[in-house]
Design a protein around this ligand. Structure first.
Ligand SMILES: C[S@@+](CC[C@H](N)C(=O)[O-])C[C@H]1O[C@@H](n2cnc3c(N)ncnc32)[C@H](O)[C@@H]1O
Length: 251
């Protein structure tokens, strides 16, 4: 996953433009790789505080850091919507694929602004529209059209919750950021075939995997077949499945 999504993290690091000696907060860090990328660019004096509210994720990130020899990274259990950090305590914040999953992204962005020092910057990535991300949209749509999960209500947290450019523009403004910019970063999922797509997507999208896990075997198999046919056709046509991400910078 890291190999294929790395272009998004590289752009985030470019936009953040952290300087040697800075303290950078990685919010909702998951496996931690985006923070490690930033950490390398500000070593040895700068440091990254890698945070997530899931202890299991943070443990995995810690092991990942040890494997990669990332030394200037510290880890802390932290809820992005209610940060146990002082005001004005970090120079930059990076968050890849996090805010759209939070109950109240504006609250999390307000917290982000509070902990940023004056002139500090946040760079974050959220998924663009479902039609630009069929790798995730096709399984979700299949579950919705078959009546297994309700369509998401506007404002519900989820993978596409901040896909609408209007919502993106609105969130940093309501959180009190002085200015922001949005750009798109495209990359390709290079699956070996529909089976790899299915397995990787289910690992990435927990709620999808949970919903499928509750269905009878036969129904699950039908959904997998239908999705795999469409993914297979895209792979046959272009050799990869496209993905699109909004990268937002606010200061
Ligand atoms: C899709 S993963 C992204 C992980 C990583 N940033 C990446 O790009 O690979 C989302 C992460 O957000 C974390 N998360 C969701 N809501 C959070 C919150 N309110 N505070 C902290 N972490 C949160 C989850 O535990 C999960 O690790």
């Amino acid at each position: 996953m890291w190999r294929q999504t790395e272009p998004v993290s590289r752009r985030l690091a470019e936009r953040l433009a952290a300087q040697p000696g800075d303290v950078v907060l990685d919010l909702a860090c998951g496996m931690g790789d985006t923070g490690f990328l930033v950490a390398r660019s500000i070593a040895p004096d700068g440091r990254v505080l890698a945070t997530d509210f899931s202890p299991e994720m943070l443990d995995r990130a810690r092991r990942n850091a040890a494997e990669q020899g990332a030394e200037n990274v510290e880890f802390r259990l932290l809820d992005a919507e209610d940060m146990d950090l002082p005001d004005d305590s970090v120079d930059g914040v990076v968050c890849r694929f996090g805010y759209m999953l939070m109950g109240d992204p504006v609250r999390a962005l307000r917290e982000t602004r509070r902990v940023l020092c004056d002139g500090g910057r946040v760079a974050f990535a959220v998924w663009a529209a479902p039609q630009e991300n069929l790798w995730a949209a096709l399984p979700a749509l299949e579950l919705i059209t078959r009546g297994h999960v309700p369509p998401p209500e506007p404002g519900d947290p989820g993978i596409f919750a901040m896909a609408d450019p209007a919502r993106i523009a609105d969130a940093p403004e309501r959180a009190g950021f002085a200015d922001h910019s949005v750009e798109q970063v495209a990359f390709d999922w290079r699956y070996e075939g529909p089976d790899e797509h299915w397995e990787l997507t289910l690992k990435l999208a927990g709620p999808l995997a949970d919903a499928l896990g509750e269905l009878p075997e036969e129904e699950r198999a039908q959904i997998r077949q239908s999705v795999s046919e469409r993914i297979g056709a895209i792979l046959a046509g272009r050799g990869s499945v496209p993905a699109l991400v909004h990268v937002v910078t606010a200061s």
